[in-house]
Design a binder for this molecule. Structure first.
Ligand SMILES: *Cc1c(COP(=O)(O)O)cnc(C)c1O
Length: 451
């Protein structure tokens, strides 16, 4: 029988996270204090982050140990399976071999528990009682809700309003795990109230929800803030994916020619791709491809500049690919890919040519997701459908060229809570949205001075 999956044992779960910082082709531009334009003082972050995570944010160590209590919880579903999409290959008639790392097998249904668990753990260790966060489509909020439940913390989630109403069951999931979830913009914070005063019908954005959660954490002594993507320590925590994948590809007797992941803030892509960066630098021929939606084209149409991480300008400035912190994307269904910026580490690797970026409109992505579902059975998250779209393109290109290419992608999550989006797609009610150039230019005009 042909093999379909390559499995590791629980004891093979990596003991440390891989840190890409020492392997970067250029020095990492430090976050800046927006008031002074000088590098931010790590101490300034202590109002909202625990010391252990701030240390990881700036660490130059090649590897960072994973605490045993975190490994123990992860061990319930990790190492995740590496699968071969044989039926998809056959359906496409391609000589390419397609492999995927299935992060959808976690209790929250995505890769996000890989970082929510250590984040909750390090906060608990420092005596923090409550975490505040934002969530777009709800995957991050639910992952943090479960992690807080595991380590005994309260959890407060500001959920982008359009997703809150599109995906009510994600909220119920958070409540099952003991969290509190409200739509953002809300009247609970100054940031939310000022947006509502200008536009009572505002559908919300990740930038606004981040402002609300940061304000909540900054104003309460017992509360810290937690971010599900973008920051260095988040990407670090996701590298269990790529480390496992490298070991599993060995079991499969193959090495990828191309590694693909969808990109919102960049964490699942980085988690799979970063452990391949030193192999690429060492001479292995391998392409690392980051996929984003055409409606939020941060890497393909944004600029590489210092910008705020949130919409009201409360965070330090990060050097990243950005569409401007005032950018509010269309309400596409890949809610997790609607962030105005890109992780500074992914951005740097993109701008130095180590990582390629492509973008696709949503209809083509749903098309690809349906093809994948009919071949492989798994109905992927709308975010993940962007990676699948790129995989199918690469596999068809291999067919044209008659090449036996090896493709590896991150199946970042399942789409079981996204049936409303699939329903609309199947009913022909979804449309594509290219962000107009003048709106991008307008948002970029509001970049802070330091850029
Ligand atoms: C959150 C999420 C994403 C996007 O976030 P990244 O930080 O870019 O990984 C992609 N896929 C799924 C399933 C998600 O939940």
């Amino acid at each position: 029988m042909d093999e379909h999956k390559y499995l590791l044992l629980e004891r093979d779960l990596p003991k440390s996270w891989y840190n890409v910082i020492p392997d970067l082709p250029a020095p990492f531009p430090p976050p800046l204090n927006p008031a002074t334009g000088q590098p931010a003082n790590p101490g300034d972050l202590e109002a909202i982050f625990p010391v252990a995570l701030i240390e990881q944010e700036v660490s130059g160590a090649p590897a960072v140990p994973i605490p045993e209590p975190v490994r123990e919880v992860l061990g319930a579903w990790r190492p995740t399976p590496l699968c071969r999409a044989r039926r998809l290959e056959k359906a496409l008639g391609t000589p390419a071999k397609v492999f995927y790392k299935n992060e959808g097998v976690s209790p929250a249904g995505s890769h996000k528990l890989n970082t929510s668990l250590p984040q909750a753990y390090f906060n608990k260790e420092q005596g923090v009682r409550r975490l505040a966060t934002e969530t777009g489509a709800g995957q991050w909020g639910s992952a943090l809700a479960f992690a807080c439940q595991v380590f005994g913390l309260e959890c407060m989630v500001y959920m982008v309003k359009c997703s809150y109403f599109q995906k009510p069951h994600r909220r119920t999931m958070m409540e099952c795990w003991g969290a509190n979830c409200i739509p953002s913009p809300s009247d609970r914070t100054q940031a939310g109230r000022s947006v509502l005063a200008q536009d009572p019908e505002c559908p919300g954005s990740l930038g606004i929800a981040i402002s609300e959660a940061v304000e909540d954490a900054a104003l309460r002594k017992d509360t810290n803030y937690s971010l599900g993507s973008v920051l260095n320590h988040v990407l670090l925590h996701q590298t269990v994916i790529g480390q496992e994948a490298i070991a599993q590809m060995k079991l499969a007797g193959a090495f990828p020619d191309v590694v693909i992941g969808c990109c919102g803030g960049g964490s699942n892509f980085a988690g799979l791709a970063f452990p391949f960066v030193p192999l690429k630098a060492g001479g292995k021929k391998i392409r690392l491809v980051a996929v984003e939606p055409a409606a939020c084209p941060t890497m393909t149409r944004g600029v590489y500049a210092y910008d705020f991480g949130d919409s009201s300008g409360m965070t330090p400035l990060l050097k990243m690919d950005t569409l401007g912190h005032t950018f509010i994307p269309a309400g596409i269904h890949a809610g997790g890919l609607r962030y105005h910026g890109m992780a500074p580490l992914v951005s740097l690797l993109h701008r130095s040519g180590v990582v390629e970026a492509v973008s696709y409109p949503q209809l083509k992505c749903f098309d690809a997701a349906i093809q994948f579902a009919r071949a492989e059975g798994i109905i992927v998250a709308p975010e993940t459908s962007h990676a699948v779209c790129c995989v199918i393109e690469e596999a068809l290109k291999a067919k044209e060229e008659g090449k036996e290419k090896v493709i590896l992608f991150n199946l970042s999550g399942h789409g079981h809570f996204d049936m409303a989006a699939y329903e609309k797609y199947l009913a022909g009610e979804l449309s594509d949205y290219e962000h107009p150039e003048e709106k991008i230019r307008e948002a970029l005009a509001h970049l802070p001075k330091a850029g």
